[in-house]
Design a protein around this ligand. Structure first.
Ligand SMILES: *Cc1c(COP(=O)(O)O)cnc(C)c1O
Length: 390
């Protein structure tokens, strides 16, 4: 069984390695997250918002021309059609409802590319709750459109000016804030990373993706199980959601696609499953890119959402045990796939998602297979990058 245990471990990965002063917050969440999120009242509100606000169920689309090209059967799970353009909103809706039930009056988050910041600012506006998003100063420069979105949605964007002024520095600032405001503040983490119970809580909120796949595949193919599920992995939340209800179905192959940047061994990469070693990052024991003395290596990918030096503990476990196959895709391969998908199906994918499509060139399959690619997000935010390749 692939399931998190009481202490938050998937095999040897996970746990909660946190400063003593955060213990009360994490304990409060750990004690109640399952009971609260499974209550009928929570589920009713969560489901209603997913339907009427996010626009779920997201379609499962049979990509006819893409299937003909690859000589197999490819279905796209259209998370790109969600409100705000990606899967991240599934999680932030769940967490804002959780925060309300814990009596929290203030939300903090950290963001690198700004996508999680936007999804968080969105649900805070929806609920009328104060929102502070920490972001590295360098990222604020690089991701100006998302900074504007967050501000328009009423969030305060606070720059993290220490260290490399990127995601990990923003994370440090957010943790510092939480330590100083334990009573009234909830910290919304954006992927299946961080100390237990975050990875499991976020996976549960995202599991709506595979929950829908079960009945959508049954309806369209007569079988609720596909042969292969392909998803890109930054921290791993869209993949966790797409795999969730298939984790214990051994016949369903799980493919995790990482960013190889300029090449796995180029020094400019985010291919954690190949380059990562066991260690602790953001409060959990997992695979991460680190130097021999444990300093985090700055990751690189053309896609801001895959530019993360670790992977969530669930994925570390899935890859380490061979349950999931890891594939690495370079910037160039991903961009090529994005253009190909745009022209063969009329869908412009996010740069992150383009990596998942590129994996179709690397994995083996047969012509009768049913493959689901989780189309995690739309590419509007990446046009500035795509136009450089015109
Ligand atoms: C943030 C993001 C990702 C990466 O995050 P995961 O937690 O690994 O899913 C992937 N795709 C899109 C469109 C994103 O915005």
């Amino acid at each position: 069984m692939i399931e998190v245990n009481q202490r938050g471990y998937y095999g040897e990965f996970g746990g909660a390695f946190i400063p003593e002063m955060l213990h009360p917050n994490i304990e409060e969440l750990r004690k109640c997250y399952i009971e609260v999120s499974e209550s009928a009242e929570f589920q009713a509100e969560f489901r209603k918002l997913l339907k009427d606000y996010v626009g779920r169920p997201s379609p499962l689309y049979y990509a006819k021309r893409l299937s003909a090209h690859y000589n197999t059967n490819i279905y796209l799970k259209r998370e790109d059609l969600n409100h705000t353009g990606a899967h991240k909103i599934n999680n932030t809706i769940g967490q804002i409802l959780m925060a309300q039930r814990l009596g929290k009056k203030r939300i903090i988050a950290e963001t690198g590319a700004g996508q999680h910041g936007v999804a968080t600012a969105t649900v805070c506006a929806l609920m009328g709750i104060e929102c502070i998003v920490y972001m590295g100063s360098v990222d604020i420069e690089r991701q100006a459109p998302n900074v504007s979105r967050m501000k328009m949605l009423g969030a305060e964007v606070r720059p993290a000016t220490s260290g490399s002024q990127t995601l990990k520095d923003a994370t440090n600032e957010a943790i510092r804030d939480w330590i100083n405001n334990p009573e009234d503040t909830h910290y919304i983490i954006g992927s299946v990373v961080g100390p237990h119970p975050y990875p499991d809580m976020v996976a549960r909120f995202q599991s709506v993706i595979s929950e829908e796949m079960l009945w959508q595949l049954k309806e369209q193919t007569g079988n609720e199980d596909p042969d292969i599920i392909v998803a890109c992995v930054g921290g791993g939340s869209n993949a966790a959601g797409a795999y969730y209800h298939y984790l214990n179905k051994k016949d369903v192959r799980l493919v995790a696609v990482e960013a190889a940047g300029l090449g796995i061994h180029s020094g400019e990469s985010a291919a954690t499953s190949v380059l990562g070693t066991k260690g602790i990052i953001h409060g959990s024991r997992t695979l991460l890119m680190q130097t021999d003395d444990g300093q985090i290596i700055e990751p690189y990918s053309i896609s801001a959402g895959l530019d993360y030096p670790g992977i969530g503990p669930m994925h570390a476990h899935l890859i380490d045990t061979g349950r999931a196959e890891a594939v690495s895709i370079t910037d160039e391969e991903a961009v090529k796939s994005a253009f190909f998908l745009a022209r063969i199906e009329g869908i412009i994918p996010a740069l992150e998602t383009a990596h998942a499509f590129s994996a179709l060139d690397k994995i083996d399959y047969s012509k009768d297979d049913v493959i689901v690619v989780n189309l995690s997000g739309r590419g509007d935010k990446d046009l500035g990058t795509y136009v450089k390749y015109f």
